[in-house]
Design a protein around this ligand. Structure first.
Ligand code: FES
Ligand SMILES: [Fe+2]
Length: 361
């Protein structure tokens, strides 16, 4: 048999493109905090419909978005005090998913119970734990800078019709910037592989660059001219499979009089599995510069969205090819030196799945 083009080692991580590959026992981002109000919203998370809402005292809550009576979406209902009321026949539920009132009878059916999910607020986000609550062993990652007044935080969201691991690997290997983003980032000097290493449980990459103009995407936020040569260090950190940061640490060797010489732009990449084959991608671009103007924020956001749409477009086409190709995953996959961080991501994912008694192959 001609094995050319086959994957002899049976690469299993790409299975995630076709079957469920997300760990349950970890914090995922459910929403921006500001999205969650006393008006319930629905969102598919980990292939599960979830209603997200706030009690009248401001506490965020999450339940399975399906009433146990006749399956109405609770997200179409409303909040009263500490309860959410089903829009169909008025049953009430507390944040543990227990029915506390069935309007037409005095006894509550014992079975009237819905799954509830622990939530925590950290930085700009509401985080959700959809696995075993007994397995909660940590807080969500530290993202305090997102609400620090000394930083300006630009945010965005896009739904991507590709498996979450494709986006995670994409943002942990920025050597694609010089190619896929040559017309947007215009940072064409990143053509060698960075060092990659573990920092505790975080996966990191790091690389220093000599004098070169900074990507125009970030010049306005730092108040730098687009053609000015600067030095920079690119440091990536992935504290969990749900979130990673890409720091652009910029050093201007010849700052204008009275101006700073060092700046950070912290990219933030958050992925949460949605329905099968789809991913919520929450992103942020933060400058360690307080109160950048709305004009600069809007300009930066527009350029970042244009660049991230290039990733979205490519990853969606990649996913579709694999889904539609009769060969599916039966194809070789080559790993390069620049995939150091991505390989660690796969190790971490394998370990997390194994800890849950699961495997991709
Ligand atoms: S469907 Fe919810 S109360 Fe009937
Ligand atoms: Fe990209």
């Amino acid at each position: 048999m001609n094995m050319q083009g086959k994957n002899p080692k049976g690469q299993r991580i790409p299975n995630g493109m076709l079957v469920d590959n997300y760990p349950r026992n970890m914090w995922w981002v459910a929403a921006y905090s500001e999205e969650v109000t006393t008006k319930p919203i629905t969102r598919w998370l980990l292939e599960t419909p979830v209603v997200l809402y706030r009690l009248e005292d401001g506490t965020a809550a999450a339940l399975y978005d399906r009433c146990p009576h006749r399956w109405a979406p609770l997200s179409e209902g409303h909040v009263s005090g500490s309860k959410i009321i089903c829009p169909y026949h008025g049953m009430e539920f507390d944040t543990n998913g227990n029915c506390t009132k069935a309007p037409t009878q005095t006894m509550m059916p014992k079975t009237a119970q819905i799954p509830s999910y622990p939530v925590r607020e950290a930085g700009a986000f509401v985080w959700i734990w959809m696995g075993d609550p007994e397995a909660i062993d940590r807080d969500p990652p530290d993202v305090a800078y997102q609400v620090d007044k000394d930083w300006s935080f630009i945010t965005g969201y896009m739904e991507v019709a590709a498996n979450w691991i494709l986006i995670r690997e994409n943002v942990m290997d920025l050597t694609h910037i010089a190619f896929l983003h040559k017309n947007t980032f215009k940072q064409d000097d990143w053509i060698t592989a960075p060092d990659t290493y573990w920092e505790g449980e975080s996966i990191c990459y790091e690389q220093e660059f000599d004098l070169a103009p900074l990507s125009p995407l970030f010049c306005a936020g730092m108040g730098l001219p687009e053609d000015k040569p600067i030095k920079r260090v690119q440091k990536g950190t992935m504290p969990s499979l749900a979130i990673s940061f890409s720091d652009w640490k910029v050093h201007d060797p010849k700052p204008e009089r009275g101006r700073r010489s060092d700046f950070i732009m912290r990219g933030c990449h958050i992925v949460t599995p949605s329905t099968k084959g789809k991913t919520h991608y929450f992103w942020g671009a933060a400058f360690d510069v307080p109160k950048i103007t709305q004009e600069v924020a809007e300009k930066t956001k527009a350029s970042v969205v244009a660049a991230f749409n290039e990733d979205k477009d490519l990853l969606q086409k990649l996913q579709k090819n694999v889904e539609n190709d009769p060969r599916g995953l039966d194809y070789l996959e080559v790993t390069l030196g620049a995939d150091g961080a991505g390989v660690k991501v796969r190790q971490l994912l394998n370990n997390k799945l194994a800890a849950e008694g699961r495997s991709l192959g």
